[in-house]
Design a protein around this ligand. Structure first.
Ligand code: IPM
Ligand code: MG
Length: 443
């Protein structure tokens, strides 16, 4: 449980940060720094090939680029080469409800192993959100807990909710804490990859010939607008009958910023973007299309298409290989991403990142808190562990470290190690801790 955690809450403010352990003289970090000094010793000026926003903010805090060398290895992106030196990161950790603390515990073990191996220091600060916050403070996300997340470099979350809090009114439910956290951090862009691990093909409910065509797409889900953030009302009509209304507002700027992420994501991949909506019925969808058409002119290289969400639900199981990037509003993205996860073998494998305009993000598995299996040590920690890998990659620019985690997961799957959710014949079924051990052993 929580009490056993070896990660005490640490203060977040920069001035209060724990100094680096100077005793670790021969840590990999020092070796890397020395290597870097050697690399810095030649002459001409290199132009950084990277132009992501994560890099942009780091560039400010880094010394000028190292000079160009004839050695192609040395000429790898200098920002990425040096980013491992920026090694002190504050991570707010939301342990979540029901079976969630079990997966978060394994994820922190993995992060610690990465820190040890690459010489980084991660400080963890527990933040309460969801059921835990309701129990402690009577509010699914009190301001002081949101403040902890806003003060961190990034936030790691398991999953929230459970039967214990189901009877509560909408505003006080654990899920409301999550929605408020996303909105409070300005995280409008949710990236949910649906990529099949080849080893898990037998666990996919789709026919082998459909799976063989490949499943590798990303759902870019708008995260802080639409019906989840519109007015929710239940009232009594004159005849005594109750009526409820949920409204679905979208303004142009909200559509444009997520639409742009859709196009940018497609540009980095196979350059195909599909806007999923219900434009035959909804005004919001028709506005989405109008804004998307404007953006389309800026991205002539992207093959842009549009699809109604009901058809999309069907196409995802009929021929998922047709998709590269899907961009869609909040609720459609919620639904289609659950469906997409299932065809890849298990929802227990799918991580997600949520980002806004800066580099601070929220990283969480897309699955729920699995109350039915809580406390049994059988929940799959992989989606949460892969979410931490996404955090390293997208918020901290730690490419090599993220690769290390993903390749560890790959090796574990190669060995036929599984959890109950993605088990298939001839494989070995592990519990949550044992799966954590197995992944750790490969890092
Ligand atoms: C998800 C979840 C949440 C959402 C719930 C718990 C509010 O289903 O992350 O997909 O709808 O976004
Ligand atoms: Mg969902």
């Amino acid at each position: 449980g929580r009490g056993e955690s070896k990660h005490p809450s640490l203060p977040l403010a920069r001035a209060e940060r724990k100094p680096l352990d100077r005793k670790k003289k021969h840590s990999p970090r020092h070796q890397r720094e020395n290597l870097l000094k050697e690399k810095n010793s030649s002459t001409a000026t290199a132009i950084c090939p990277c132009a992501t926003s994560a890099h942009a903010s780091l560039k400010k805090s880094l010394p000028p680029h190292p000079p160009k060398s004839k050695n192609p290895v040395i000429n790898r992106c200098p920002i990425e080469e040096r980013m491992p030196i920026i090694m002190e990161k504050n991570i707010a950790v939301i342990w979540g409800d029901c079976s969630s603390p079990e997966i978060v515990k394994q994820t922190l073990r993995v992060l610690d192993k990465v820190a040890e191996k690459y010489g980084h220091t991660f400080h963890y600060t527990d933040a309460a959100m969801g059921g835990e916050a309701i129990d402690k403070y009577g509010d699914p996300l009190p301001q002081h807990e949101l403040d902890k997340c806003l003060a961190a470099d990034s936030v790691l979350l398991g999953a929230v909710g459970g039967p214990k809090w189901e009877g509560l009114p909408g505003e006080q439910r654990p899920e409301k804490g999550l929605l408020r956290l996303r909105a409070g951090m300005g995280l409008y862009s949710n990236n949910r990859p649906a990529k099949i691990w080849p080893q898990l093909a037998p666990a996919s409910p789709l026919k082998p010939e459909i799976v063989a065509k490949g499943i590798d797409f990303i759902i870019v889900r708008e995260l802080i607008g639409g019906v989840y953030f519109g007015k929710h009302e239940t009232y009594t009509l004159e005849n005594g009958e109750k009526q409820a209304v949920d409204s679905m507002p979208y303004s142009e700027h909200e559509i444009e910023r997520i639409g742009r992420i859709g196009f940018e994501t497609a540009m980095k991949r196979r350059k195909k973007l599909c806007c999923v909506d219900k434009a035959n019925v909804l005004d919001t969808s028709r506005l989405w299309r109008a804004v998307m058409h404007r953006l389309q002119a800026e991205y002539p290289e992207v093959e842009y298409s549009e699809m109604f969400v009901d058809n999309c639900a069907m196409q995802v199981v009929k021929d998922p290989s047709q998709f590269d990037v899907i961009v869609t509003e909040n609720m459609f993205g919620d639904i289609i991403s659950d469906e997409a996860s299932m065809i890849t073998g298990s929802i227990g494998m799918i991580p997600s990142s949520s980002l806004g305009d800066g580099t601070r993000g929220l990283y969480e598995p897309i699955h729920g808190s699995a109350p039915d299996i809580a406390g049994k040590d059988i929940v799959n920690p992989t989606a949460c562990i892969l979410s931490a890998a996404m955090m390293l990659r997208y918020s901290f620019g730690m490419t090599e470290e993220a690769d290390a985690i993903e390749s560890a997961v790959n090796k574990v799957l190669d060995k036929g190690l599984r959890t109950a959710d993605n088990m298939s014949e001839g494989c070995t079924c592990l519990g949550c801790t044992a799966m954590g051990d197995a992944i750790l052993a490969e890092i």
